[in-house]
Design a protein around this ligand. Structure first.
Ligand SMILES: [Zn+2]
Ligand SMILES: [Zn+2]
Length: 192
């Protein structure tokens, strides 16, 4: 897949948000999202810093609540039944956030696009960014790239960027490995 760097980063932000916020806490129960790493203002600040979101501004409890609500909208795109349904959801996200692409080279960065003014509420800014990133994936690579982890105990979503569209797990080091270990143990039990 050939995302430009900026879009690529924003796709990852959308994925991390939809998966619950900050890095995986470890415990996994069924249901979505698998963990909740977005319960406090501090957790939201950390997420924004990790994804280099510029001009985060003053963040309050209201922002946390609004960004938490955005997560289910993002997951709905992955869980859509058809490409058309996914496209409609992304279009609704963009329309509601009043996305308006504007070139900027703030803080010495290379020219890039912002989709909302920095004065817009944080959740609307993230919704516009994530909407544009998902629009890019749907346009360039197709709905089939939006996948949910194949592990029984994980409901994380991811974008399958593999050449032959064969990726099954959100994380090869955790989920795929855990499934392999479980299968190995099951084979051992069967042999006993
Ligand atoms: Zn920027
Ligand atoms: Zn997983």
């Amino acid at each position: 897949m050939d995302f430009d760097h900026y879009t690529d980063c924003t796709v990852q932000l959308a994925v991390d948000l939809a998966n619950g916020g900050a890095a995986d806490g470890g415990a996994r129960d069924s249901g979505a999202p698998t963990h909740d790493g977005l319960e406090t203002v501090a957790a939201l600040r950390t997420l924004l810093r990790e994804h280099e979101v510029s001009h985060p501004g003053k963040i309050g409890r209201q922002d946390v609540a609004e960004v938490r609500a955005l997560r289910s909208r993002l997951r709905a795109v992955w869980q859509a039944g058809t490409a058309e349904e996914a496209a409609n959801l992304v279009n609704a996200m963009l329309a509601q956030s009043q996305a308006l692409p504007q070139l900027t080279d703030h803080d010495g960065d290379a020219w890039h696009l912002h989709f909302t003014p920095t004065s817009a509420p944080l959740a609307m800014r993230l919704q516009a960014e994530a909407g544009m990133a998902l629009a890019g994936v749907l346009r360039a690579d197709g709905f089939a790239r939006l996948r949910t982890c194949a592990s029984d105990t994980c409901s994380d979503i991811f974008v399958d960027a593999s050449r032959n569209r064969s990726r099954r797990y959100c994380d090869p080091d955790t989920c795929a490995n855990r499934v392999n270990v479980a299968a190995h143990r099951a084979r051992q039990r069967a042999d006993d």
